[in-house]
Design a protein around this ligand. Structure first.
Ligand SMILES: Nc1ncnc2c1ncn2[C@@H]1O[C@H](COP(=O)(O)OP(=O)(O)OP(=O)(O)O)[C@@H](O)[C@H]1O
Ligand SMILES: [Mg+2]
Length: 373
């Protein structure tokens, strides 16, 4: 492209730009006003030609603006973004103001100084940013309110649910010795089961809200991982047997001790084993493994179950999330709690899964300091 084509193209771009492009002479008198400027300020080019730039600037900013331009003129800088840090305001013909991002350039030709300003109206951008930050603030407040509510409701539900649990258990026991009508014993048994489920759910809700607010206390001490794994697998052995799933653990007694809260770690392990048992069809296997790796011990719970599609894997640790493919029998809190417990110990948790082949959940926890160290 030759120079005159480029010049014409540039002139056309400047004329049609939606940004306002304004040139002034050394005394800040307007010498050029493109279409973008006409649309932005509401003046025609003829109206402002030769007028001081101040007609486009709200009165209270005029002195500061003049000073800026003078300083800029005295400097050797070729261009400077004026709207970068400080708000630049424009004044329309109808007296309204608008925020703008501005860049200013200067040239000296034959001893004559001239400036050009490119302005972009950022009203919309500002409105958007403000709406966004209000939305974020409201969302945060809503999350805090929801968590507080969750904590309060679950806490206050515990006592009445416990009362139902204890009384139902008393009726079931009474039915074993005294002669109660069979329907009473039967209903009391159903009540007891339902109250236990409610109690477990409330406990999970409380744990989630405590873990997420950092209020769950951990009491780590050196313990043998084998003991924790045995405790968790014994808890789930009846469920595994009922489901026709073979549950094994392969955790060597020579594994170094870990530095964890034993109750919480058994809770985490049993949640993982419970998932594997729940989501593995009869005839399948669930294995718990652990190995030491430097300063950490890595544990994995592996099953040959239904698996989780790759597209859903990133959601498994979200609270209340449950795959549509599984029967949604729980509340969707188990993995959220497990992750909270692992992280509270300074560990990491991750999951691998293939639909139809099975799932492996791995986590790491710190090993206890060696006695000789
Ligand atoms: N081992 C697994 N195999 C297949 N799907 C799994 C496995 N573990 C978890 N999932 C999927 O992830 C979802 C979330 O698991 P999570 O343990 O958080 O909740 P849940 O088991 O549904 O209910 P809860 O644990 O609260 O009783 C499950 O509903 C299931 O869809
Ligand atoms: Mg679960």
């Amino acid at each position: 492209m030759n120079q005159s084509t480029t010049d014409r193209l540039l002139r056309a771009s400047v004329a049609t730009s939606i940004d306002a492009i304004i040139c002034t002479d050394e005394k800040r008198k307007i010498t050029f006003f493109n279409h973008g400027a006409e649309a932005m300020f509401g003046y025609s080019a003829e109206e402002v030609m030769g007028k001081p730039l101040d007609v486009l600037i709200p009165h209270r900013f005029q002195a500061a603006h003049r000073e800026h331009v003078e300083k800029f003129g005295a400097s050797r800088q070729a261009t400077r973004l004026m709207g970068e840090r400080r708000e630049v305001s424009g004044l329309r013909k109808d007296g309204t103001e608008f925020p703008a991002a501005a860049s200013i350039a200067q040239v000296t030709l034959d001893g004559e100084h001239a400036y050009s300003v490119v302005l972009r109206d950022v009203t919309e951008q500002h409105r958007f940013e403000q709406e966004n930050s209000e939305l974020v603030r409201e969302l945060r407040a809503a999350v805090v309110a929801r968590d507080d509510m969750l904590g309060i409701v679950s806490h206050d539900l515990r006592n009445p649910v416990n009362a139902v649990k204890m009384l139902a258990a008393a009726i079931v026991r009474a039915g074993e010795t005294a002669s109660l009508p069979p329907v009473v014993s039967e209903h009391a048994g159903v009540l007891l089961q339902a109250a236990r489920q409610m109690d477990a759910l409330i406990q999970d809700l409380l744990d989630v809200s405590r873990l997420e607010s950092g209020r769950m206390t951990m009491a780590p001490r050196p313990v043998a991982m084998t003991e924790l794994v045995t405790a968790a697998t014994s808890l789930l052995a009846p469920a595994a047997e009922e489901a026709g799933v073979r549950l094994t653990s392969n955790v060597s007694g020579s594994l170094p001790q870990v530095d964890v809260d034993p109750d919480r770690m058994v809770q985490a392990l049993s949640n993982l084993v419970s998932n594997s048992v729940k989501y593995t069809p009869s005839g399948g296997r669930v294995d718990v493994n652990a190995q030491v790796d430097g300063d950490i011990v890595r544990v994995s719970v592996e099953d040959t179950g239904v698996g989780i599609p790759e597209a859903e894997l990133h959601r498994v640790f979200d609270r209340f999330w449950q795959s549509r493919r599984t029967n949604r029998s729980g509340a969707g809190l188990g993995l959220t709690i497990v992750r909270g417990i692992v992280r509270a110990h300074g560990g990491r948790i991750w999951i691998e899964s293939r639909p139809g082949e099975g799932t492996k959940v791995h986590f790491s926890v710190p090993r206890a300091a060696r006695a000789d160290a």
